[in-house]
Design a protein around this ligand. Structure first.
Ligand code: PLP
Length: 379
């Protein structure tokens, strides 16, 4: 089936007793069993819930995986995947991931005996150099947050495979509409469903989609054993959001391209980081492994004072953390999303005090350009 057909129909079977076209929110903690030793596939709602199951089936189809598991947040999904590594194992990570991923790995799992190598995954050879005998998995984010650099998924997957390691890709920014890492050689895809998948800034959630049943079995075990499950209502919200994913992503991207081109020409903006710009150093790779460039753009205003002045002036763009909602969200990575990354590391990565990140929404393009122009022209 085509992507939009799958987005609307996969997992979304009409409800058996009434024919309800929308999967019901099964707001229950347990299920009555007809007799001892017999049940209808559900025993307890931490272990399984039909609304969550519908979303998991939908995501498995969209990401072309064997199965999916949904969690209480993107970080809960990443935490579940991280349990693939045990004390003494080694993990290679993009040095430019979401700050919360860096914090989870460097401040929690490192203290539990897992070793991490944070490397510049724009160059696949850095992954090759970092690989060790005990490397359990390679965690990639592409495009990265907030510098919008890319990792060559097939090249890194080949390196990881040769070293006996798995590849995990955080596909939050691109979504399966623009990029399908499992088809490019990855083993697990993780998402913050909080972002584009739900798309309406009204739910926090996460997902992990596995290429094989074996990997999914472990993640299902962890989901039940550790218990960080997505609620029935949030599962329903994400299922509903995904039905319009394709049309939203098309509009996000059209606006994203227009905003990137506008910022690129603006005299008050120094650098624009967007894989859709021909000047982006990995533009060719973006064209090869992505079906579209998305709606996340970072740009350099030159100083904290400039960033603050423009962020204080925008009216339609909402100043806030997060991304991927229908409304344009604008953020200051150094003090907001990436405050958990040490200052020296931020400087090395290019997360300067003047850097601003925008998640372009689906408002009218001319209103967004006018809002940004008004805020920037005051600098
Ligand atoms: C790329 C990426 N991955 C993971 C996360 C974590 O997701 P959540 O906030 O749903 O825990 C975020 C959050 O911003 C993110 O941007």
């Amino acid at each position: 089936m085509g992507f939009s057909t799958d987005a609307i129909h996969a997992g979304n079977e009409p409800e058996a007793t009434t024919g309800a076209v929308s999967v019901p929110i099964f707001q229950t903690s347990t299920y009555v069993q007809p007799e001892l030793g017999r049940h209808k596939g559900y025993e307890y709602a931490r272990t399984g819930n039909p609304t969550r199951r519908a979303l998991e089936e939908n995501l498995a189809v969209l990401e072309r995986g064997a199965a999916a598991r949904c969690f209480a947040s993107g970080m809960a999904a990443i935490s579940a995947v991280a349990t693939l590594a045990k004390a003494g194992d080694h993990v290679v990570v993009s040095d430019n991931t979401y700050g919360g991923t860096f914090r989870l790995y460097s401040k929690i799992l490192a203290h539990m005996g897992v070793e991490f190598a944070f490397v510049d995954t724009r160059d696949s050879r850095n992954v090759e150099r970092a690989m060790r005998k005990n490397t359990r998995f390679v965690h990639l984010e592409t495009p990265t947050n907030p510098m919008m650099s890319l990792c060559d998924i097939p090249a890194i997957a080949a390196i990881a495979k040769a070293g006996g390691a798995l590849v995990v890709v955080d596909n939050t920014f691109a979504t399966p509409y623009f990029q399908r890492p499992l088809e490019l050689g990855a083993d697990i895809v993780v998402h913050s469903t909080t972002k584009f998948l739900n798309g309406h800034s009204d739910s926090v959630g996460g997902a992990a989609i596995s290429k094989t049943k074996e990997l999914d079995e472990w993640l299902g075990f962890v989901q039940n054993a550790a218990g960080a499950i997505l609620s029935p209502f949030d599962s329903w919200l994400v299922l509903r959001g995904i039905k319009t994913l394709a049309v939203r992503m098309d509009r996000h991207e059209a606006n994203g391209r227009a905003v990137a081109a506008f910022l690129d020409r603006h005299p008050k903006v120094r650098n624009v980081f967007y894989p859709g710009l021909a000047s982006h150093p990995q533009h060719e790779l973006a064209k090869k492994q992505m079906g579209g460039f998305g709606a996340l753009i970072s740009f350099e205003t030159g100083s904290y004072e400039n960033a603050k002045a423009m962020l204080d002036r925008v009216k339609i763009c909402s100043l806030g953390e997060s991304l991927g909602g229908v409304e344009t969200l604008i953020t200051h990575p150094a003090t907001m999303t990436h405050a958990a990354v040490p200052e020296a590391e931020r400087a090395r990565l290019g997360i300067t005090p003047g850097l601003v990140r925008v998640s372009v929404g689906i408002e009218d393009e001319e209103d967004l350009l006018a809002d940004l122009d008004g805020a920037l022209s005051a600098l």
